[in-house]
Design a protein around this ligand. Structure first.
Ligand code: MN
Length: 191
């Protein structure tokens, strides 16, 4: 099976100033493209060929896992944004955030802190378990909470390539800016 890179549902200049067109063109257009190309090369002839990408992420190891997870993580990340995003979640997800973190502001604070304090490259995730309880986890490198049996809802990429063109070393500012473009309808649909 050959995995293909979906086209983003918004123009690459439409998330600025949170994420510049240049960053999207490099990050989605070159980094993510390379992960998918590597995945397609590596998966040929393995037991994982023809499997759903989520199953590959749950069971593969080494370079195949790294490229499969990076391919999936970036699509998940970029499809969490919208030029009309921002604001706050509603419905059951909003209730669960209040229940498990105290308030939406407390959740944002904890999520940013988890992203800023993750040493090196990786991802910070909001996920739910089978009972709907919410968890914030830090995952190094390509890490994905599907490996832990959790259902991912939202992620921030904290690899330097995600923000260095726009924010240089200011990871905290880069993460804070993302709240302005979150597509909460999408995140709620995942919950
Ligand atoms: Mn990235």
């Amino acid at each position: 099976m050959t995995y293909t890179q979906p086209q983003l549902p918004y123009p690459s200049d439409s998330l600025a100033p949170a994420i510049s067109q240049e960053t999207i063109d490099f990050h989605y257009g070159k980094h993510e493209k390379a992960y998918i190309e590597n995945l397609n090369k590596m998966i040929q002839g393995t037991e994982f060929d023809n499997e759903d990408l989520e199953d590959v992420i749950k069971r593969a190891d080494g370079p195949l896992y790294n490229n499969a997870a990076q391919a999936w993580n970036h699509i998940f990340y970029f499809f969490s944004f919208s030029p009309d995003g921002g604001g706050e979640p509603s419905g059951e997800l909003a209730d669960a955030i209040r229940r498990d973190f105290g308030s939406f502001d407390k959740f944002k604070e904890e999520f940013e802190k988890a992203g800023v304090s993750l040493f090196g490259s990786g991802w910070v995730w909001l996920s739910r378990d089978q009972d709907g309880k919410l968890f914030i986890t830090q995952e190094p490198n390509a890490g994905n909470p599907l490996r832990k049996g959790l259902t991912p809802l939202l992620t921030f990429d904290v690899w330097e390539h995600a923000y260095y063109l726009d924010y240089q070393n200011r990871r905290a500012d880069a993460l804070k800016s993302l709240w302005d473009i979150i597509d909460w309808d999408m995140v709620e649909s995942r919950y």
